[in-house]
Ligand binder design. Structure first.
Ligand code: OOB
Length: 550
């Protein structure tokens, strides 16, 4: 079998150790579905607003689509950009890809032209699977598909879940596969090859792609499901996008399916949508970002829905303040778990049985006994125990290199393979992580990551803008929001700030990446080494209110 040249693997000695310890089981990630279809056939796997699928139905549909994709000429190793909301189609497509060894590149529904073109181009995708429209906003993804197709001519297929317009209907491909019957294409898969490509939230420039192999992702899912006590009675609510690692695999929807539980897919995380679902389906566990946790616990005070089935609420993706943690536990009356995770791999979780104070004040301990953690200073020297520094990590499910990013990898990893997380943390005497801040240049907008570099690039492309710097500013609800400092060109005064939104729209930037506040300035402050002084900009922004975008 040809090696997967675009992704960096683990050195042999590590691979051997991870196998001997049982972390890596050398099985294709999606195989458990076929087994469940035999043993748990009639049990409900997925529930949406429109209906439900049993394990055997999910298996049958995934197998049919796998054959359909094979008929289109898609083969093992082909990349397929999958940008679907929380629907049955997302899971049918995911399992179909896994079955034939095509590698889904998981894009968020919020992505627009800029992001989608980048994913398709960077991965040299052969196909793009997306919905017809967004039912809430009316946004037409088929127009997006046209734009991506024009920009990336190598893209051979656009498959639309729903009304296809001028593209191909995903359902037609599935039906053709159903009729063809027989074996769904090649199944000889290399478990050390990437099973999925996830999008990084935290790197410079355009988003990097993270290869998660069958072996490492299966471990991530299995071990986190075990830590969280998932079992056949688990009813997991996917309120966050299923395309995000947290809701997909930590343990998320895949962790639930792995143990034979039931996944409920919500089209939105709003309490108005989610609370009736929790009551109706007796949801036992879900995962949210901190602003949602706060919102839900407030809404719970007024709601008439019965939320008592909820036994565990996972909160992660951004800093959860201890006060908020206490309020959430009281408001929702269930166990709280803090999760510090990253698409790159490492997952830390507070454990069932931790005292509430420990849950409120820490982000828990690493998933795997063989996760190696270092906390280092600017010169990569370990800081004394308990002090704050950058977290470096290496382990059986943490990447050894971004996909097709040879140059970037040189600085993103140490020579001995530790991933530089860019997070500033300290370790408690009990071995829990406490996130204290961040070194990387991004805004964590309540879990949504906005790369400063990427947004600055878009702003600098404006004809009236000479320079721009993006910094986080504190926000009561989101934790942080995005502030852009802008230096207009001298020869083109009178920058139209409200018009910036429309400009970013023409650049095809996802809505959540648009700045929340804009400051106009004559020049950007610089540090002694001549870099833009973002610390100063951050505190200045906190003092001035700037011009809100809305
Ligand atoms: C999760 O994954 P990503 O890839 O969107 O973002 C990772 C980054 C981390 O490096 C850190 O900067 C931040 O998000 N983060 C947290 C955090 N959890 C993530 N910062 C403070 N406190 C936390 N609890 O965000 C993600 C992936 C899997 C599970 C949970 C979250």
């Amino acid at each position: 079998m040809e090696p997967f040249v675009d992704a960096v693997g683990w050195p042999d000695a590590y691979a051997r150790r991870y196998r001997e310890s049982g972390y890596w089981q050398d099985r294709p990630l999606g195989d458990f579905l076929t087994e469940h279809a035999h043993t748990l056939g009639d049990r409900t796997a997925l529930v949406t607003e429109h209906g439900s699928l049993t394990y055997s139905e999910l298996e049958r549909r995934a197998a049919a689509l796998a054959r359909g994709l094979t008929n289109l000429g898609l083969v093992r190793g082909d990349r397929i950009v999958v940008q679907l909301p929380n629907t049955e189609d997302f899971f049918v497509t995911l399992f179909a890809c896994l079955r034939i060894g095509a590698v889904p590149v998981l894009g968020l529904p919020a992505y627009r032209r800029s992001e989608a073109v980048h994913l398709a181009r960077h991965s040299s995708a052969a196909a793009y699977v997306l919905p017809d429209t967004d039912s809430a906003s009316g946004y037409d993804y088929r127009v997006l598909a046209d734009e991506v197709r024009n920009a990336v001519p190598e893209l051979r297929h656009v498959l639309v879940a729903g009304a296809p317009g001028r593209h191909t209907a995903l359902a037609t491909v599935e039906e053709a596969g159903e009729q063809a019957g027989g074996h769904p294409g090649s199944t000889e898969l290399d478990p050390t090859a990437p099973a999925v490509l996830l999008v990084s939230g935290g790197t410079t420039g355009l988003p990097k792609l993270i290869p998660r192999t069958h072996n490492d992702y299966a471990y991530n899912i299995r071990a986190s499901a075990q830590v969280c006590g998932f079992g056949p009675d688990t009813v997991y609510l996917a309120a966050l996008p299923a395309a995000h690692n947290f809701a997909l695999a930590c343990p998320g929807a895949l962790g639930t399916l792995l143990v034979g539980g039931t996944v409920i897919l919500s089209p939105s995380p709003d309490p108005d949508t989610v609370f009736p679902i929790i009551e109706r389906h007796k949801v036992t566990v879900t995962a949210v970002v901190p602003p949602l946790a706060a919102l839900w616990s407030q809404a719970a005070e007024w709601s008439t829905e019965d939320l008592s089935s909820l036994t565990l609420l996972q909160v992660g993706g951004a800093r959860l303040a201890p006060d908020t943690a206490r309020r959430v536990r009281a408001g929702l009356g269930c166990e709280l778990q803090q999760v510090f995770g990253m698409a790159e791999g490492l997952l830390c979780l507070t454990r069932p049985g931790y005292a509430p104070e420990r849950v409120d004040a820490t982000q828990g301990r690493p998933l795997c006994p063989d996760d190696e953690l270092r906390v280092v200073d600017e010169d990569d020297r370990d800081v004394p125990p308990g002090e704050t520094g950058e977290l470096l990590t290496r382990g059986p499910y943490t990447l050894r290199g971004y996909y097709r990013a040879e140059d970037h990898n040189k600085s993103a990893f140490t020579v001995d393979g530790f991933y530089r997380t860019g997070d500033l943390v300290r370790l408690t005497v009990d071995g829990d992580i406490v996130v204290e801040g961040r070194k990387k240049d991004l805004v964590n907008r309540g879990g949504d990551k906005v790369s400063a570099d990427e947004l600055e690039g878009h702003l600098r492309a404006h004809p009236d803008i000479l320079d721009a710097a993006v910094v986080p500013v504190p926000d009561e609800y989101l934790g942080e929001r995005t502030c852009a400092w802008i230096v207009p060109r001298k020869d083109r005064p009178g920058l139209d700030v409200p018009g910036l939104d429309a400009f970013l729209e023409t650049r095809g930037v996802a809505q959540y990446k648009k700045p929340d506040v804009v400051h106009i300035t004559d020049s950007l402050p610089v540090t002694s080494v001549g870099k833009v002084d973002k610390r100063t900009l951050g505190s200045r922004a906190a003092e001035h209110s700037g011009q809100p975008r809305h």
